[in-house]
Design a protein around this ligand. Structure first.
Ligand SMILES: Nc1nc(O)c(N)c(N[C@@H]2O[C@H](COP(=O)(O)O)[C@@H](O)[C@H]2O)n1
Length: 549
């Protein structure tokens, strides 16, 4: 009792609140540093995330730092531990992102554990669902105090630091949630909004300094994409020539393959080029490109979304669009562009026929304009660099939309720490949870009752409604009937108490959790809700029994 009163007094002391705020400010600044470090190798770690680690002594001094330099190199945490040496014992390690584990390699976690780090502050959990939470659990199991921003510790300053962590790995987070690579549209335009003169001449609008920044952007991307017009007009090289970073693949999107025979992009001696085209387009020209070593990929429907889905499957993480206005408009309209970077030069070229960076989007009123998010302004030499996101960096926990929502569904579940039970095919371990499992149910129908061979049969006819709340209600009633009819299923459901249930459907983003956790998982949520209802019933009946005794 005395202890509780004392701790209350201490917490309400203004001195302690100031101390807590200072503590948060220290944590936030080290997390920001970890995020900055992680960004130093952007583009080189792909398809892995950018990892940075700072080890700080209890007195708040940096003892060691590290960042993942490239794919397959020593983890940031191991480098920081090496640098900090004996100062690791009892120190705090700051990680911009929870470590993953590549093919069962736990080096990052082991390094922190073996070095005797006492506390770890994590900016964000790993965005890939199969890795999310694993390293955090592992560190906690070794007695390390782990604080995840936004979960265990919250404040404005920490929220800002967390945002830096999201931004630094935005490509991976976007890719995980949208199943297309992260796409950045870059253009350079004059003050009067032209990307070339009426003649098509564009060399150069932006300054040398700005163009070097573009080389850096290229160096951070897996590929640079342009359309046929840009190849015909500019004959670009699209290489990163700032002296470091890797060189991205060049991609050309061309419907007709009406392209020149001589072009810088057909020289693949140092970097490869892939031409994406319409199936059957100019076969003889395709042969010519192949003879030059250029890969040609044919699409049944050549459009930005199909092309991006294809490159997502090939493992591309981030793509830089350096195309003209027509392709840029089509890419924006199809929702594949996540971020825009515009270099604005203090020049006026005029010309009613001079092209602009984004073509027709079909908008007629200013209210329809797309508003960028997290806009940044920076002066680069004489030019102004304006950048911002067209789509917000997605929620990292879409399967469980929010902590509050999850508690509402099932208070026994801790949304951040629970294990996840996946089910999908009816023959899987928990396959009987599926709405397709062959468990007939008897439900009211009109003035009578009828039997349906599965929950799905009942759901499909005749109640199926486009309105989500009706759909959800119908599914819930059918599931309730199934689990009440079959006691062994109810027992099985109750045995999962405390775990998050996720229907692992890669296709159904409403009922299922999606391929990488991007789905809404309504089937899983309903099952957790039902489980919670049953758990409530059994605790009430247990209470009644004990009262009766
Ligand atoms: N940053 C920038 N400033 C300008 O003034 C430009 N005209 C462009 N154009 C883009 O860069 C491509 C040429 O690239 P290489 O130098 O040949 O590698 C050109 O095709 C446009 O996409 N960019």
């Amino acid at each position: 009792m005395a202890m509780a009163a004392l701790s209350f007094r201490l917490c309400s002391s203004p001195l302690i609140c100031r101390a807590t705020l200072d503590h948060h400010a220290t944590d936030a600044s080290f997390i920001r540093r970890a995020a900055d470090l992680s960004e130093m190798s952007a583009g080189l770690t792909s398809p892995h995330p950018n990892f940075g680690c700072v080890i700080a002594t209890p007195s708040g001094k940096v003892a060691g730092e590290g960042y993942l330099y490239a794919q397959g190199t020593k983890p940031a945490e191991a480098l920081a531990v090496e640098a900090a040496g004996e100062f690791c014992r009892g120190s705090t390690a700051y990680l911009n992102m929870e470590p993953g584990d590549c093919h069962g390699d736990h080096t990052a976690v082991s390094a922190l554990v073996q070095a005797g780090v006492g506390r770890v502050v994590v900016g964000i959990r790993h965005p890939l669902q199969h890795l999310r939470g694993a390293a955090i659990r592992e560190m906690r199991s070794h007695g390390i105090e782990v604080n995840v921003l936004g979960e265990d510790v919250q404040s404005k300053v920490l929220e800002d630091a967390r945002k830096c962590c999201l931004l630094v790995n935005a490509p991976l987070i976007h890719r995980a949630c949208s199943r297309v690579p992260f796409s950045l549209l870059k253009y350079a335009m004059t003050l009067d909004g032209k990307i070339a003169a009426s003649s098509g001449h564009a060399a150069w609008i932006s300054s040398k300094l700005s163009r070097t920044r573009v080389f850096e952007l290229r160096g951070r991307s897996d590929a640079v994409i342009v359309g046929g017009n840009t190849v015909r007009q500019d004959d670009p090289r699209l290489t990163a020539r700032h002296g470091q970073g890797h060189t991205p693949t060049r991609i050309v999107m061309s419907q007709s393959l009406d392209l020149p025979e001589k072009a810088n992009l057909w020289d693949v001696s140092e970097v490869s080029t892939i031409v994406a085209t319409q199936r059957g387009a100019r076969k003889s020209y395709q042969k010519f490109l192949a003879s030059k070593g250029v890969e040609v990929v044919e699409f049944d429907m050549l459009n930005p979304r199909e092309v991006m889905e294809y490159f997502h499957l090939r493992g591309y993480l981030s793509i830089l669009w350096e195309c003209g206005g027509t392709l840029a408009a089509s890419a924006i309209a199809s929702g594949v562009i996540h971020k825009v970077v515009a270099f604005i030069a203090p020049k006026i070229i005029g010309g009613s026929k001079a092209p602009s960076p984004v073509g027709e989007l079909g908008m007629v009123e200013m209210t329809q304009a797309l508003n960028l998010i997290d806009v940044c302004y920076e002066q680069v030499g004489p030019d102004m660099l304006v950048s911002g996101f067209l789509q917000p960096v997605p929620d990292l926990l879409p399967v469980i939309p929010s902590e509050d929502a999850t508690f509402e569904i099932d208070p026994s579940v801790n949304p951040f720490e629970s294990s996840i039970i996946f089910f999908y095919k009816t023959w899987d371990l928990y396959g009987s949870f599926s709405n397709f499992s062959p468990h007939p149910i008897r439900m009211p129908f009109g003035d009578d009752y009828r039997t349906w061979s599965s929950v799905e049969h009942y759901y499909q006819v005749p109640h199926n409604s486009p309105f989500n709340d009706v759909k959800i209600e119908v599914m819930y009633m059918a599931l309730k009937c199934k689990f009440s009819t079959y006691p062994h299923l109810k027992t099985m459901l109750l045995s999962t108490a405390g775990s998050v249930l996720v229907e692992a459907s890669p296709h159904d983003l409403f009922w299922g959790g999606g391929r990488e956790g991007e789905g809404l998982n309504y089937l899983g949520r309903l099952l957790m809700q039902l489980r919670s209802e049953y758990l409530g019933e059994s605790s009430v009946s247990a209470e009644n029994t004990s009262l009766a005794l």
